[in-house]
Design a protein around this ligand. Structure first.
Ligand code: NAD
Length: 499
């Protein structure tokens, strides 16, 4: 009998009454591991009501008390890091070391959120006019919702909920239906950390749950991470419904390799950034831009043996570089892009299609793929593939490389590898992307900075976590106050100005 997963509402696991269930796979085995409820709009409504009722008490809880829950949650995540990483690997497929790292990066947002008394400190101006003081402070929004992608089952829900909750909001998480278990386990840890019932809830499902959250008048904000078409659509519909929205979308991240880059550092960095997590990272490098004559040849000569030697297998086995892709459907999509690249005339130097891992013959595995002589007119260059496929594009100059990146519809992250300060400076100043690395291949900002891309990689005005996260999950109130002394000076009908 396949295990049926539950939702988590009001501080406990609850059964779903839905008739629709989705399969959750173990991608290394290619077998169904559990079933997830495709919850109904009615179940979303019940969860919103519970979260709304919890808001009154939680928003009035002093920030220092809220911070204590964060300290406790941080320590629980720390103590359970191996268990949580195993859960990530079981449903997503990434190797355990990588999964552990992703849990730790999520935990760091909890650490940041534990500083909430400091982060919510307002501003005060004494004497803005005679006898008048003014101060500003930030208040929570109400019930907030998070919608997660499949590729970071722990880290991305932890980008959202800790900050929302530390700010005094209550929260409903809709994890990706491909990887729901992590959010459910985190819900138990939240409760164990002392969070009152109803403050953090998990409602699983698909578009129907997201639509119900968009349409519900008591949901104040939606924080979503997913593909660009979904991010853009949810942003448009939810903002029209009067909600605050941050919707992070897809990516195509470039690494500019200058002729003066240290080749061995560059190739090491490129291997991890392109093939780590089987390329299923929104910050993965999927395009290497070789600048100047000879750079492309040197780069691919060094890459070919490394890509062929990638150690691939079930993520829970030690010493591997890459696990499977998340689902059979995704494997077919990524393999389809490799077929397309060949048709488009790119040169396939390493072909990972058809990989069979002994003992895991039904797993969703794809070996590393490497294309050379990719051009900007090809679909494999323009579209996000989200798999272990690296494209090498050759350009004559840094200026051409910058123009190439800036013309792309996505603008999430990217990097330059060089030993020239001048080239790095030129790149960081002119490049139209949100997160930039200089000799750092995956420049994911730490929890106390904010994460987000430009152009088609982010819809909305606020980035995730860090100071931008606090701004997203709060709104500003400014008070102007006078305590009159002496007799009234009479009514004034002019716009007040300082005399
Ligand atoms: P997805 O867009 O298919 O799904 C994301 C979430 O939206 C899921 O919870 C899903 O159930 C829901 N959803 C799907 N279709 C919907 C619809 N029509 N209406 C409303 N909700 C819908 O994305 P995915 O395949 O789970 O994740 C991979 C994508 O996420 C990639 O494009 C990747 O680049 C992107 N991503 C971006 C970032 C970032 O920070 N920019 C981080 C991680 C992943």
């Amino acid at each position: 009998m396949i295990k049926k997963l539950q939702n988590y509402v009001g501080g406990k696991m609850t059964d779903s009454s839905t008739q629709r269930w989705g399969d959750v796979f173990n991608p290394a085995l290619g077998a169904v591991a559990s079933q997830v409820p495709m919850s109904t709009a009615g179940e979303v409504s019940s969860a919103v009501l519970v979260a709304k009722q919890a808001f009154e008490g939680w928003s009035a809880t002093p920030p220092v008390r809220r911070a204590r829950v964060m300290f406790e949650l941080k320590s629980l995540i720390d103590r359970h890091v191996d268990e949580l990483a195993a859960l990530v690997t079981a449903e997503h497929g990434k190797v355990l070391d990588d999964a552990r790292g992703s849990v730790t990066r999520g935990m760091e947002v909890v650490e940041f959120a534990a500083g909430i008394p400091q982060l919510l400190k307002g501003e005060y101006s004494e004497g803005v006019a005679r006898g008048v003081d003014s101060w500003s402070f930030r208040q929570p929004l109400g019930v907030c919702a998070g919608v997660g992608p499949f590729n970071f089952p722990a880290m991305i829900p932890l980008w959202m909920a800790p900050i929302a909750i530390a700010c005094g909001n209550t929260f409903i998480m809709k994890p990706s239906e491909k990887v729901p278990s992590l959010s459910l386990r985190l819900a138990e840890l939240w409760t164990q950390a002392g969070l009152p019932p109803g403050v953090f809830n998990v409602v699983s499902g698909d578009k129907e749950v997201v639509d119900a959250l968009i349409e519900h008048p008591d949901v104040a904000a939606i924080s979503l991470v997913g593909s660009t078409p979904v991010a853009e659509d949810v942003y448009q519909r939810a903002t029209r419904a009067g909600k605050r929205v941050q919707a992070l979308g897809g990516a195509k991240n470039h690494m500019i390799v200058m002729p003066d880059a240290d080749l061995s550092h560059t190739v090491d960095a490129l291997m991890g950034a392109a093939y780590g997590s089987a390329g299923e990272r929104c910050m993965a490098i999927s395009v290497a831009v070789a600048v100047g004559p000879g750079t492309g040849d040197r780069l691919v000569d060094a890459l070919i043996p490394r890509v062929k030697a990638l150690k691939i297998g079930p993520g829970d086995q030690p010493g591997l570089d890459m696990g499977p892709l998340v689902t059979k459907q995704h494997l077919e999509k990524v393999s389809g892009y490799v077929d397309l690249g060949v048709k488009e005339g790119a040169r396939l130097l390493v072909d990972g299609r058809g990989l069979k891992v002994p003992g895991s013959e039904n797993g969703f595995f794809l070996g590393g793929c490497l294309f050379d002589h990719v051009t900007s007119s090809m679909k494999i260059y323009q579209e996000e593939i989200f798999g272990p496929v690296l494209a090498v594009v050759r350009v004559p100059t840094l200026d051409a490389a910058i123009q190439l990146v800036n013309a792309h519809r996505y603008g999430n992250g990217g990097a330059i590898f060089t030993s020239s300060g001048e080239a790095a400076d030129e790149f960081t100043k002119r490049i139209q992307i949100g997160m930039v690395g200089v000799n750092v291949p995956i420049p994911v900002p730490m929890a106390f900075h904010s994460f987000g891309g430009w152009k088609g990689s982010l819809f909305g005005d606020h980035y995730m976590h860090g100071p931008e996260g606090v701004r997203f999950f709060t709104r500003l109130k400014t008070v102007t106050s006078r305590w009159p002394r002496g007799a009234s000076v009479g009514a004034s009908f002019a716009m007040p100005t300082v005399k």
